[in-house]
Ligand binder design. Structure first.
Ligand SMILES: *Cc1c(COP(=O)(O)O)cnc(C)c1O
Length: 474
């Protein structure tokens, strides 16, 4: 299996060759040259599989340059009940992504039982083990540099802590994360994890990362790597739980299901699109956004008009506060018939601050199953209250966005699976606002705010972060 760029001008590479990199040299994103197909017989065989066997059956079709025994060992080490242990009461952690039945044909898929209580652990934990494997094999090291407003940074740190050959330098805006998120990250005492609190906002952190990555000489000398949301390894890991969710709520392969996906950078729902292209019987893929609704606008009008960071709203579902959806290009590549020239033309406009109009393709969007909706803060608060009253579950604000849109557009005859992208304990203040009381917190995380914290405070300065990396990496 080779991987090609959505902009059509980069050489085709193998999985291990693209694993540690970011964008393709032509500025595009990597996708497999074709999607492996799963027949109904394959699906039937999967019905009795454990999560690790399912993950192996799928990932093995995408990864052909890691020996199968090694790949199997990496997967077994990643998807363990003791890693995805923050289950709701009554759930079996060995399921890794258990489902909760809310009502007839309405389910929650628990993707947030991992160490940082958000779905990003599903892919990031695999990435940590894959990185360590590939680096060890090639005798290389990497210094991962990233910026976070909360979820991505903590998932990356918990995936990379203690890993050989890897250091993580994570920038976050000083005093702008929630107390819980700050405690999660800063309480890590691992030697290879460096938390840097920048006296600025998230965009300042992002700009510092970009400036360092754009210095080709520094980047090469200090082996600067990234784990951002365009990484193909993250997308492919997420394909697995769409299969798991489908198999959990159906008993034969003639049934279809729909998925509702709280979306920001389009990474999660992109994995759903790929699962559908691989033959998984998915009816609708529901893209749910918050007030930052670039994607909802696209699926309704065919116009993709990124807002720019100045027009990004800070909402009560902060992990979906994006101005442009970095993985969206992958779907558009498929939509326009995998025409790299067309994608180059569309993104020439986006990259220079403009928009594009795919209205003529609107009818085709339906063939891919996509529909969309959005929520406001008031909608999410109401949905959290309704879910608590009607289904006796407490859901977080991101999941509430998914449930709100799912209820609006579901077909009562088709099972609708809402992806739970974070546990409510991660966003306590919003839950207190909605319900008047704090959500239950896993016992092992009670008092996490009182643990000793380790971090460095820095000004918004490219020179300062470079010097810091030089000191720590030598
Ligand atoms: C990252 C994140 C999202 C958005 O996922 P994308 O893959 O960027 O679309 C939604 N909810 C939570 C809790 C997240 O952390």
């Amino acid at each position: 299996m080779k991987y090609i760029s959505t902009r059509g001008q980069s050489p085709a590479l193998s999985f291990s060759e693209i694993l540690l990199g970011g964008l393709a040299p032509d500025g595009g994103l990597y996708l497999p040259e074709s999607y492996p197909q799963f027949s109904h017989a394959d699906l039937s065989a999967m019905r009795s599989m454990s999560y690790t066997d399912l993950a192996f059956a799928i990932l093995n079709r995408f990864i052909d340059d890691i020996p199968t025994a090694d790949l199997k060992a990496i997967i077994d080490k990643t998807y363990r009940a003791d890693v995805y242990a923050y289950t709701r009461s009554g759930q079996n952690a060995a399921e890794i992504t258990p489902t909760v039945k809310l009502a007839d044909n309405l389910y929650l898929l628990s993707l947030s039982n991992g160490p940082t209580l958000a779905f990003k652990d599903m892919a990031m934990q695999l990435l940590g083990n894959l990185f360590e494997y590939v680096l060890t094999k090639t005798g290389k090291t990497t210094n991962i540099l990233g910026a976070t407003s909360g979820d991505t940074g903590s998932a990356a740190e918990y995936a990379m802590r203690g890993k050989k050959g890897i250091r993580v330098f994570m920038l976050s805006p000083n005093k702008k994360m929630s107390r819980f998120q700050t405690a999660q990250m800063f309480s890590l005492q691992d030697e290879n994890i460096y938390n840097i609190a920048v006296n600025g906002v998230f965009d300042d952190c992002q700009d510092m990362v970009k400036a360092v990555s754009n210095d080709a000489e520094f980047k090469a000398q200090y082996k600067i790597g990234a784990v951002n949301s365009i990484n193909w390894g993250r997308i492919v890991a997420q394909v697995v739980y769409y299969f798991k969710g489908y198999l959990a709520v159906t008993d034969n392969n003639s049934q279809t299901v729909s998925f509702a996906v709280p979306s920001g950078n389009f990474g999660n729902v992109c994995a759903g699109h790929i699962a559908r292209m691989m033959g998984l019987p998915i009816d609708k893929l529901v893209v749910a956004t918050n007030e930052n609704d670039v994607l909802d606008e696209f699926f309704k009008t065919g116009i993709y008009s990124p807002r720019g960071s100045a027009k990004t709203y800070h909402t009560s579902s902060p992990s979906m506060d994006i101005s442009k959806a970095s993985n969206f290009e992958r779907f558009v590549f498929d939509l326009v018939g995998r025409d790299g020239g067309k994608v180059r033309e569309l993104w020439a406009s986006v990259d220079s601050g403009g928009a594009f109009d795919l209205k003529p393709w609107l009818a085709k969007l339906a063939d891919y199953g996509f529909i969309s909706g959005r929520s406001s803060h008031a909608n999410r608060m109401q949905t959290i209250r309704d879910a608590h009253a009607n289904y006796s579950v407490t859901i977080d604000t991101h999941t509430a966005d998914g449930l709100k849109v799912a209820l609006e557009c579901r077909d009562a005859n088709v099972p609708m699976i809402v992806l739970e992208t974070a546990l409510p304990a991660k966003f306590e203040d919003a839950i207190i606002e909605a319900l008047g009381h704090a959500p239950e917190r896993p016992a092992t995380l009670v008092g996490i705010e009182n643990l000793a914290q380790k971090h460095t405070v820095m000004q918004v300065s490219v020179a300062e972060i470079k010097q810091y990396i030089m000191d720590k990496a030598s």
